[in-house]
Write a protein that binds this ligand. Structure first.
Ligand code: SF4
Ligand code: F3S
Ligand code: FES
Length: 246
């Protein structure tokens, strides 16, 4: 079949601003958008620039906006998309070239939530045990591949780039709800800051965009509930202290 593709191009060495280029390609209905991009790069214009690695929805490197919605190019099939298929870089990150965006801020926010197990408890002889029920609490958020599709589809992030964003909160959730982790206090300040979870307005774009089907908004809601409980218990302990002092 013939497929019309419109790609938003930007080369900082040549272009004052981004512009659309249209290509008509021959493809199979079962081809992926990544195959279309390869066809353009390999046979039409070698300067077309995009990230990709695994080609199987695992590495998260080829998230982009396809027909107005954030998706992985390696998971979006030609037969499921209206033509012309539009391909653009994800919104909200500075564009480096064509589909490649600068994700420096994204990774800084990711690191800020300390996305690793924190525990000062002595190492057990064999392993840190966890029941299936405890594992289930954060199972969904372990699926995150850090593609950035959620954060760059969030209007709260578009309005304020300081917002931590759903991807970083999903990572925080993965460890906060892990029964073996003791790092809650260390993550508290960044999650509770003015740029933290409270900037989420429950818009759900993040959940719609997630290529791994993670219930992102639900995870953010659980982090909010956890923070609200911490705030409440802090207030109670302050009022107890005030009462005992008076
Ligand atoms: Fe990508 Fe989903 Fe992880 Fe967001 S939560 S970074 S959309 S995998
Ligand atoms: Fe944004 Fe998702 Fe919240 S789209 S406002 S992070 S529910
Ligand atoms: Fe790895 Fe698409 S290339 S997720």
């Amino acid at each position: 079949m013939q497929v019309r593709v419109k790609i938003r191009r930007f080369n900082p060495e040549q272009d004052a601003q981004a512009h659309w280029r249209e290509y008509t390609l021959t493809a199979e209905p079962s081809d992926r958008v990544l195959d279309l991009l390869h066809q353009v790069k390999w046979y039409r214009d070698g300067t077309l620039t995009f990230r990709r690695s695994c080609a199987h929805g695992i590495c998260g490197s080829d998230a982009m906006t396809i027909n107005g919605r954030n998706r992985l190019a390696c998971k979006a099939l030609v037969k499921d998309l209206k033509q012309p298929i539009t391909i653009e870089p994800m919104r909200g990150f500075p564009v480096v070239k064509d589909m490649v965006v600068d994700m420096t801020g994204f990774w800084e926010k990711y690191r800020s939530v300390k996305p690793y197990l924190i525990s000062a408890e002595p190492l057990p002889a064999k392993e840190r045990l966890q029941s299936p029920c405890e594992r289930e609490r954060y199972d969904d958020t372990t699926k995150c591949i850090l593609c950035g599709a959620c954060t760059t589809s969030c209007p709260s992030f578009w309005a304020n780039a300081q917002y931590l964003g759903p991807a970083a909160i999903v990572q925080a959730h993965r460890f906060l709800f892990d029964s073996r982790d003791r790092g809650a206090k260390e993550r508290l300040d960044v999650l509770n800051a003015s740029s933290g979870v409270w900037r989420c307005r429950t818009i759900f774009n993040c959940t719609d965009a997630c290529p791994k089907g993670i219930r992102v908004t639900q995870a953010i809601g659980q982090v909010k509930q956890w923070l609200a409980k911490v705030r409440l218990s802090r207030r109670k302990s302050v009022s107890k202290t005030v009462l005992s002092d008076s």
